[in-house]
Design a protein around this ligand. Structure first.
Ligand SMILES: Cc1cc2nc3c(=O)[nH]c(=O)nc-3n(C[C@H](O)[C@H](O)[C@H](O)COP(=O)(O)OP(=O)(O)OC[C@H]3O[C@@H](n4cnc5c(N)ncnc54)[C@H](O)[C@@H]3O)c2cc1C
Length: 405
């Protein structure tokens, strides 16, 4: 769509242009040149450190920090524009960055000043510094999203206060950035008798804390340029001041979750755009039946559907971001709807792209199959599609919708 139709400010258009050029000139060539690295390289060598260092030079890495620590105050729509462009290049790289915005922003809201003074300068100085946000356990992630607010749904990871420090025991899985992260925000039960929302606390856990272990990488179907891992806490001793929120941590994390919905939706939009853009080229260049395949009506109809859906996603996602920016009472609802709609629609668009590419769509060197694989991840992260559906109805009808559990 013509950028002039989108009602963006001058500043938003300038940032968008910088990110578009960065993606075209740096991210896309990097992914093309390193296609096999997704499969053959171990996690330490696979993650795209080079892209983070390049993004750092443009100031994109640190925008989530408070301004006094070197960050930049950006509105949600600008963040969406950046993530959409980066995800057009690679959604795994885009989420590496967006985790590194959202988690420091949460940390700024809940951590004591001396810990911010310690960690923000370290983050600023090291382009390879990663943050991880650790909620999910082998049991009951959806219970946390709904939430299913009863003591039976409490986390199995527990924290006890003993001899002046917190002792953490438990396991976390599916955690983005966790394999290589420097700093972790970890959620644990601190009151087994209270319901989930009233008995969950969160802690700051630096990587070198005794009793903290990165057990293994979680291999995924897609978005393999962000490394995901399983963590184990075995009598992990945490200083008293590393307790960030006592008992009500899931409520305090609301800002992280709400911003996360639109950023995830933007990621889906970026994937869908690449699938459409590459398909536009292919259908004009590739010939079957004596003519470019765009001239076959079945192809034209499919492509029209892909691009029309793409524009609906774009308008929806930008609108959800604007709702956050103006503090709309519907911002949360629109964020849920945008993430659900964008992720499911991106998956549909990528499936069409793959089919239109014929056998080439299934081949690694073409990159179309990567879009389809990458799009599947968004159906699960930050809550599944069905959990989003339940939360949408619950948000619209809080008194009559029932508990859905
Ligand atoms: C690539 C990736 C990255 C991730 N990154 C992170 C991260 O950084 N930090 C983090 O903490 N977590 C992370 N997650 C975890 C993610 O949030 C969870 O996987 C997701 O919320 C689903 O939880 P689950 O896997 O435990 O599935 P479950 O909760 O076991 O759900 C299984 C199925 O049951 C359905 N279901 C569950 N409860 C209900 C119900 N009450 N009613 C109807 N249907 C229900 C679900 O929709 C789903 O279809 C990540 C996951 C992935 C795939």
């Amino acid at each position: 769509m013509d950028i002039d139709l989108l009602g963006l400010s001058q500043e938003q258009v300038s940032i968008w242009r910088v990110c578009r050029d960065f993606t075209d000139e740096i991210v896309i060539p990097f992914i093309r040149e390193n296609r096999e690295r997704e499969w053959s390289a171990p996690p330490e060598k696979r993650w795209p450190k080079e892209l983070l260092i390049a993004a750092d030079k443009l100031g994109l890495r640190t925008v989530g920090l408070p301004e006094e620590y070197g960050g930049m105050k950006l509105d949600a729509l600008t963040m969406v524009l950046i993530i959409e462009e980066l995800a057009r290049g690679d959604p795994g790289f885009a989420v590496t960055l967006s985790q590194n915005w959202k988690i420091p922003a949460l940390f700024a809201g809940i951590a004591p000043k001396h810990l911010q003074d310690l960690w923000f300068p370290r983050y600023l100085d090291d382009p390879t510094f990663l943050w991880a946000h650790c909620l999910t356990e082998p049991r009951g992630a959806s219970d946390r999203w709904l939430p299913h607010n009863v003591p039976e749904a409490n986390m199995h990871t527990k924290a006890d206060f003993k001899d002046g420090q917190w002792v953490l025991n438990g396991r976390k899985q599916f955690i983005s950035n966790a394999y290589l992260a420097s700093l972790y925000i970890v959620y644990a039960n601190t009151n087994p008798d209270a319901p989930l929302q009233e008995g969950t606390s969160c802690f700051l856990v630096p990587r070198d804390t005794p009793g903290f272990h990165v057990v293994r990488e979680n291999e995924k179907i897609g978005q393999n340029f962000i490394i995901n891992a399983e963590l184990f806490f075995e009598d992990c001793q945490i200083p008293e001041d590393h307790l960030l929120v006592k008992d009500t941590a899931l409520k305090e994390a609301g800002s992280y979750f709400n911003a996360g919905k639109v950023l995830n939706a933007a990621r889906a939009l970026g994937i869908a755009r690449s699938a459409c853009e590459e398909t536009a080229t292919y259908i004009q260049d590739h010939t079957q039946g004596g003519k470019p395949i765009i001239q076959h009506q079945a192809i034209a109809l499919r492509f029209a559907e892909m691009t029309t859906k793409l524009e609906t996603v774009r308008v929806f996602v930008y609108n959800a971001a604007r709702a956050l920016d103006i503090g709309s009472a519907n911002a949360n609802l629109l964020g849920l709807m945008a993430k659900l709609y964008a992720s499911e629609t991106a998956f549909d668009i990528c499936r069409h792209a793959m089919e239109i590419h014929g056998g080439s769509g299934a081949m690694r060197e073409m990159g179309i199959e990567k879009h389809l694989r990458d799009s599947t991840i968004l159906l699960h992260t930050d809550g599944t599609s069905d959990i989003h559906r339940l939360k949408i109805v619950k948000t619209m009808f809080p008194k009559t919708a029932g508990k859905y559990v």
